[in-house]
Design a protein around this ligand. Structure first.
Ligand SMILES: *[C@@H]1O[C@H](CO)[C@@H](O)[C@H](O)[C@H]1NC(C)=O
Ligand SMILES: *[C@@H]1O[C@H](CO)[C@@H](O)[C@H](O)[C@H]1NC(C)=O
Ligand SMILES: *[C@@H]1O[C@H](CO)[C@@H](O)[C@H](O)[C@H]1NC(C)=O
Ligand SMILES: *[C@@H]1O[C@H](CO)[C@@H](O)[C@H](O)[C@H]1NC(C)=O
Ligand SMILES: *[C@@H]1O[C@H](CO)[C@@H](O)[C@H](O)[C@H]1NC(C)=O
Length: 356
């Protein structure tokens, strides 16, 4: 990994300490005060940062994303991405700014093109964007920040952070769910999603393949403080409080950290497993304290066609005899849903196959 000119993310935590004491950080973008491509905003509590990052470390074919990550975690761990489906070729001439119409946009200063926008109609053009202590990036009225026009928590990617809502609107029918990344370099949506089902009496949340096949669920909310019937342990009571809210407007689950200095994330992995993790500073690593479904092979279609999935063996996906991996590159990056292909194609209807 060779850091490019605008690589933001320091590889060692010592660098974080240096950068955070040498540069004055801010948490707000306002009209006339954009965020430059090489810079970052940091939430007031220092927990989250927003800026541009590259997932590849490959200067000839980089993938730059605008996203939010844990500022104090020494492994780049994005919790939200703006341009999930359209990575950028660089960040040198980019700015995150408030545009003339009040939206939060990514501007290429070189050719004045808008590469991403929050795309909302704001009644006032005087807006500000603030990275809140919860990791939510909120676009609000500059005169009154409690009037929010757009927020990253309403456009979650693969991570459900404490304070966000996993649910649906009874007014619009829109569901707030999370979707897995395709792989570790390509953060576009994969085939797995997690969220409640709109208009169901079964009030839990579901892991779903390709919007159609449910392969795991929390079981219904049983009305108690923090429990689902299938997973009493998913949100340990000593770490979180959990709430289920149902009113005329919306129905959602949310949860909160009891101690805000704890660093945790609930993420729907590329492999289709939902993982709840906590950052361990001593080990400089994420520890998984809950994973569902517990067996990797219980994830629907995780290995793709013509494969055998064996939980106790690594790698757990293997091609059936006579088949080989369809896309070794995707496979390597953790996306095995493409499966395997026949080594010798069948020539159906041909002379050979009739005799063979
Ligand atoms: C960088 O990307 C190019 C184009 O996809 C590829 O040919 C090259 O092997 C990559 N380099 C590294 C170090 O991965
Ligand atoms: C910004 O625009 C310049 C000029 O058109 C272009 O060369 C560059 O690749 C653009 N940057 C991004 C990140 O799209
Ligand atoms: C800001 O907006 C909120 C929500 O609309 C409102 O309740 C509050 O009174 C406003 N505050 C001020 C100072 O205008
Ligand atoms: C939910 O179901 C009710 C009753 O079946 C129906 O009237 C309503 O339109 C549905 N809402 C959505 C958002 O699908
Ligand atoms: C996912 O579903 C869509 C439409 O329901 C279908 O066209 C597509 O082939 C499915 N994807 C896979 C990988 O089977």
């Amino acid at each position: 990994m060779s850091p490019g000119a605008c690589t933001l993310f320091p590889l060692f935590s010592i660098l974080i300490i240096i950068t955070s004491t040498c540069t004055a950080t801010r948490d707000t973008i306002s009209s006339g005060h954009p965020l430059a491509g090489h810079d970052k905003l940091v939430s007031d509590n220092g927990k989250f940062a927003v800026g541009f990052f590259d997932t590849t470390g490959n200067t000839t074919a980089p993938r730059w994303y605008l996203g939010i990550w844990f500022n104090a975690v020494s492994k780049l761990t994005p919790v939200w991405v703006a341009n999930r489906e359209s990575p950028l070729a660089g960040c040198a001439s980019l700015e995150l700014m408030i545009s003339g119409d009040g939206n939060l946009v990514i501007l290429n200063r070189s050719d004045r093109s808008i590469l991403w926008s929050s795309r909302v109609n704001t009644p006032t053009k005087k807006t500000i964007a603030v990275l809140l202590n919860s990791g939510n990036l909120a676009l609000s009225d500059a005169a009154n920040s409690s009037i929010v026009f757009w927020e990253s928590f309403s456009h979650m990617t693969d991570t459900f952070l404490p304070g966000a809502k996993l649910g649906w609107s009874k007014v619009t029918g829109l569901t707030h769910r999370i979707m897995s990344n395709r792989n570790t370099l390509d953060l576009s949506p994969g085939v797995y999603s997690a969220g409640p089902l709109a208009n169901t009496t079964n009030r839990g949340f579901f892991l779903v393949w390709n919007y159609s096949e449910e392969y795991w669920s929390t079981g219904p909310w049983n009305g108690h403080y923090f429990r689902f019937s299938n997973m009493p342990e998913v949100l340990p009571a000593d770490l979180f409080t959990v709430e289920f809210v149902s009113n005329d407007q919306e129905e959602y689950f949310t949860y909160r950290l009891k101690d805000d200095s704890t660093i945790t994330r609930y993420v729907l992995d590329t492999s289709g497993q939902a993982k709840h993790m906590i950052w361990n500073e001593v080990w400089s690593n994420w520890l998984v304290f809950n994973v569902q479904p517990a067996a990797q092979c219980d994830v629907y279609a995780v290995c793709g066609p013509f494969t055998i999935c064996i939980d106790d063996v690594l790698p757990f996906c293997n091609c059936m005899d006579g088949f080989s991996i369809m896309s070794p590159q995707d496979w390597e990056l953790g996306d095995r849903t493409g499966g395997c292909k026949r080594n010798v194609p069948l020539n159906c209807g041909s002379y050979q196959s009739i005799n063979g």
